[in-house]
Write a protein that binds this ligand. Sequence first.
Ligand code: SF4
Length: 688
Amino acid sequence: SKYRIWQTKKVLTTCPHCATGCQYYLIVKDNEIVDVEPFDGPSNHNRLCVKGRFGSFDFVHSSERLKYPLIKNKETGEFERASWDEALDLVASKFMELKKKYGSESLAGFACSRSPNEDIYMLQKMVRTCFETNNVDNCARVCHSASVAGLAMTLGSGAMTNPIYDITNDVDCIMLVGSNPEEAHPVVGMQIRKAVDRGTRLIVVDPRDIGLSKKADIHLKIKPGTNVAFANGMMHVIIKEGLADEEFIKTRTEGFEKLREIVEEYTPQKVSQICHIKEDMLIEAAKMYAKAKKAPIIYCLGVTEHSTGTEGVMSMSNMAMMVGKLGKEGCGVNPLRGQNNVQGACDMGALPGDFPGYQKLKNKEVLEKFEKAWNKKLNPNEGLHATEVFPASIEGKIKGLFIFGEDPVVTDPDTNHVIKALESLEFLVVDDLFMTETAKYADVILPGVSYAEKEGTFSNTERRVQRVRKAVTLEGEMRLDTDIFIDLMNRMGYEQPYLTSAEIMDEIASLTPSFAGISHERLDKTEGIQWPCTSKEHPGTPIMHVGKFTRGLGWFYPAKYVESSELPDEDYPILMMTGRVLYHYNTRAMTGKTPGLMEISGSSFIEMNTQDAAELGVKDGDKVKVSSRRGEIITTARVSEKVSKGESWMPFHFPDGNANWLTNAALDEYAKIPEYKVCAVKINSYKE
Ligand code: SF4
C-alpha cells in the first residue's frame, strides 16, 4: 500500500461522475489523494462502482491539468501562457465589445453540469447581469431536457419523483425503460439486481440485451424510437383489463378522455408491429406493472434522446398516473440523470427560460424579484437552447461564447457541424481542467479547479443536495471557478462582491423557494436534503406529489407515435443507437486519465447483429467503416445477438471513432434535445 492510515486525512465528499451521488472519503496524504473509501450515504450505502472507486483522483493530479491561463496567438494559432490580468481583461473587454457591436443576444454561456451548484449559479448570474441575455444553458439539453420539460408539463416538477433507496428496496415490480444502470449508474444497477434476487419482478424495455435483461421477467426488445407506441399499447391493455385506477384518475388528474381516445387505437396487434415485440408479452407486462402495488418506472436516455423525447417522457407519466402510482412509496416516474450535477445545473437556472428553482423568466414578479436582488435591469426575453446556439453561430447571430467545463465537440451530435459553429464565432472562452477537443478552438482558456479542490454542493438524481468538500490544494495558478466569474463580472462593470461557496448558497436560498431551507451548515449536519425544502425547519421532500401534484392536477398528455426523423433506407440500411460503457464517463476527460480503466476499455467499437455481419462478410473483431449522411469513422465490430437484426449500437466515449461524427442533430420540438438514439448508417468491412 502506498500509505499508512495515520499519515492520512479523510475528506467526506460526493462522487463526481454520475448522478447517483455516492458518498465517499477521499484519502489524502501530503496534499495528494491516494485512495477512496466508501461511506454509508443515502443513495449508495457503502457501495461504489469502478469509476467512483478508481476513477476519482488520477485526473485531479494529472500532469495534463491546465495550470495557468492561455491566450491563442492569432498569427501562429498557438496558445501562449498569460497572466490572469491579461486573460480576464481580454475576456471582459472582448465580450463587452461584441455586446456593443452586435447586441446582447449575440453572446451566450454554457454551464458545467459536473461543477457545484454554487459555480453554476454564479455563471448564470454572470450571463444574465453582464452579457444581458438569457442565452444560458447546460448539457441537460442533450440528455434529460426532455425529462425536465415533460415532467414539468404533466406533473409540475421536472425531476425524479422518488428516492433511489425507496424504488429499489422492497418494491414489487420495477419497470426499467431505456436505461442500462449497470453501466451508466452502476450503484443503482447493483441495488436493482439485489432487489430482483430478493423477489422483485423486473420488466426491461430496451432495444438491446443488457445485463439486467437476463434477470428480467419480461424483456421487451423494442425497436429504437418506439417508446410512445409501447406506452400507448401498455395503457390500451390496462384500460381493457379494467386495471386503470379510476379513483386516482378522477380526483388527481385531467385530460384522461382525450388520452383514452388515442390509446384506443394502440391495440397489442398494432403495437407489436411498430415495436417489433410479441403481443402476449406486451399484455403480460401491462398486467404485471398495473397489478403490482409498489412499482416504479425507472428510465433514462433511451426515452429522452429522440426527436419525440418529451412525448416519450410524458408517456411514462401517463402510464404511472393511469394506475395511480405517483405520490406513493416505491412508485413514481424516475429519470436517472446522467452527470453528477446535471440536476443541479437545471435547478440553478442554467436554462434559457428559468431562474434558479424553475422560477419562470416569463413571470413578471419573478423577474422583478431578481432585478431587485441583483440590482440590475434584466433582459426579459427567453434565450436560445444550447442546441440552437450552434446553428445560430453558423448563421452569424451568436458571436461570443463562454463554455464552462463542457466539451461539445465530443458530446454533441454531428461533430462536423459543431466544429463549424465554433469556428464561426468571433470569440470563444473555455474554462476547463484540461485541453479538451473544444478548448482547442478557444481564443482564451481559463484553468478552473476540480471537485476535490473546492467547497460546494452537487444535487444528485433524486434531488438530494449533498456537500462537496475541499481535499487538496494543487500547485499552479488555477483559480476557483466562482472567483473567475466574480472577477470577470467586476471587469465587465457589474459590482459583485467575492463570496464563499457557503455564502453563495445563502444567496441561492434567499431567492429560490425550493432551496429556502438549504445551507452548507445544515447540509453538514444531515445526509443531504432533497428539495423542495422551503424553510429552515422543513425536512426536505423525499417523495413528490403526495396528495397533490406540484402542478395541481396531473395532466395526461395525448401523445401519438411518430417515427424517428431518420430511419434506415437503401443507402444507409442499418439503424444506429449510441450509449455508454461502465468504465467511462462521457468524454473520458476524467476517467480517461486512469490507466487501469483505459486498459480495460480503451477504444471504440460498434455492436452488430450476427446476421447483418454475416451478410456483410464482417467477423467479430474486424475493422469496419461506419458512415452516415454526416460523417464516417473507422472502428471495430463486435458481433452478437445483443442488438436485433438491422440495428447497431456504439459508445461515444472514444476519440478513435466517436459515434457523434455520425449522429443526427434532429431536435425534439419541446426540449430541443437531439436524436442521439436513432440514425441511419452503413457499415462496410475495412482493410487498412
Ligand atoms: Fe460514482 Fe455513479 Fe459510480 Fe456512484 S455509481 S461511484 S456516483 S460513478
